[in-house]
Design a protein around this ligand. Structure first.
Ligand code: UD1
Ligand code: CA
Length: 422
């Protein structure tokens, strides 16, 4: 069955106190909205409902997600009103519509796939994801009848004391048989405490039509953790990091100190690699091989491909680079826009000068296999050091170095004897 997705992202996010729209805030290098879109990659099309700072969000979506487009909602009259904005585009759509919020970046693609599979298997017309919170304050409460059937969702502000005591809450994720539920969107009213058109009212509507509705309980409630403040953003970042470190450790990577190690989701690390404390690996497309030693105090910034048995030591920053097997960069270096072969030694304090601030052009440094770079070398890109060549310590390399040559730009050492009197 064809699946389309609707992502609600028109709200202002007042509590972020930011010029940036809430859904474009980032965890590691990826936006909150990016994580949510990635969780529904299996959909044939995604509609992102935008309102506040719509242009910025639209630009982001258009640049990064071919399967998604934005739909404008002005003014923002509530979550039900938001979803109704896609009715014209989905007028003749017969498949499933999966709805999520743009500010819950921890939801996993696997969870979304399972949720949709469960919806299909059950034969329901509408499935709501719920979860159990010890402190359910501010969430919509799941109200079930005596036999456990889903009756309705009541928002905090509309709930009586009995309803407020319910700990099962609406996760804000829904799967709808679109053709059956679509008529609800022209019939929602705003007669509630907030004067908004509530998406949650589609449940009572469906019940009144005799359609089949159900709530599916999500066990790991962290996955629907929503971002409303900078505090929430920090907590979500930590949760995402913990999840990643756990996965890596299960797959055979040693993380010496999980409390001080940060690794982005889109980072693969081979077994028996050891990541030492205070290492920060951000960005996407990082692939680190087996038996490597990373850190302490290493900073990998994305598009970093490291083969097996590599050492990246303290205060070494690597960006957009490939590093071959058995190559070492153990201390105080910057390696950017580079291609390093295997069995290379990068001396302490080596810098690839990849950026020309006058032309604003970034260029590449290529070091072939078995190259040895002396300490405190600057490799001014574009530059290539051919196979087996050596560079003497303290050199500034502005030209290509032939294979097996020695390149050296060091001034002649002067020793003045008797300089210190007395
Ligand atoms: C909503 C649910 C609540 C659920 C909670 C889960 C309703 C009425 N309530 O409450 O049951 O427990 O999510 O997080 O749906 N948005 C728009 N346009 C609007 C209004 C909101 O796009 O007109 C977007 C917001 O940007 C946000 C999302 O919808 O991403 C949720 O809106 P919000 O007002 O935060 O709903 P909650 O009060 O959290
Ligand atoms: Ca609200």
């Amino acid at each position: 069955m064809e699946i389309k997705s609707v992502i609600l992202a028109a709200g202002k996010g007042t509590r972020m106190k930011s010029e940036t729209p809430k859904v474009l805030h980032k965890i590691f290098d990826k936006t909150l909205l990016g994580y949510v879109l990635d969780s529904v990659k299996f959909a044939s099309e995604a509609f992102v409902i935008v309102g506040h700072k719509a242009e910025e969000v639209t630009e982001y979506v258009n640049e990064n997600y071919a399967f998604a487009k934005t739909v404008l909602q002005t003014p923002q009259l509530g979550t039900g009103h938001a979803v109704s904005m896609v009715c014209p585009a989905l007028e003749n759509f017969e498949g499933l519509v999966v709805i999520l919020c743009g500010d819950t970046p921890l939801v996993r693609e696997e969870t979304m796939k399972n949720f949709v599979a469960e919806h299909i298997k059950s034969g329901a017309d509408l499935t709501v994801m719920s979860t159990i919170f010890d402190n359910p304050t501010n969430y919509g409460r799941i109200i079930r009848s005596g036999n456990g059937a889903l009756e309705k969702i009541v928002e905090e502000k509309d709930a009586d004391a009995g309803q407020k005591a319910v700990k099962e809450v609406n996760a804000g994720i829904y799967c709808l048989n679109w053709a059956k539920i679509k008529p609800a969107f022209s019939q929602l009213t705003s007669s509630n405490a907030q004067g908004e058109y509530y998406l949650t009212d589609i449940i009572e509507w469906a019940n009144r039509q005799g359609l089949s509705v159900q709530a599916s309980v999500l066990e790991d409630s962290d996955e629907i953790y929503g971002i409303n403040s900078r505090e929430n953003l920090a907590i979500a970042t930590r949760l995402m990091n913990q999840r990643k470190l756990h996965e890596l450790m299960v797959s055979g990577v040693t993380i010496v100190d999980p409390a001080s190690t940060w690794i982005s989701q889109d980072t693969e690390i081979g077994a028996d690699t050891v990541v030492y404390p205070s290492t920060y690996i951000e960005g996407s497309n990082n692939k680190i091989g087996k038996r490597c030693k990373i850190g302490p105090f290493a900073h990998l910034r994305g598009d970093v491909e490291v083969a097996d048995d590599v050492k990246i030591g303290n205060f070494v920053e690597v960006k957009k680079s490939k590093i071959g097997a058995h190559t070492n960069a153990c201390h105080l270096s910057y390696i950017g826009d580079s291609e390093l072969g295997s069995n290379i030694n990068i001396g302490a304090g080596t810098i690839t000068a990849n950026f020309n601030p006058l032309t604003r052009v970034k260029s590449k440094t290529v070091l072939k296999d078995n190259v040895k770079i002396g300490s405190n070398t600057v490799l001014v890109a574009p530059v290539t050091v051919e196979e087996g060549a050596n560079v003497g310590a303290g050199s500034v390399i502005t030209k290509n170095v032939p294979a097996r040559a020695l390149a050296l730009t060091r001034g002649v050492l002067k020793v003045i004897e008797g300089w210190v009197k007395g």
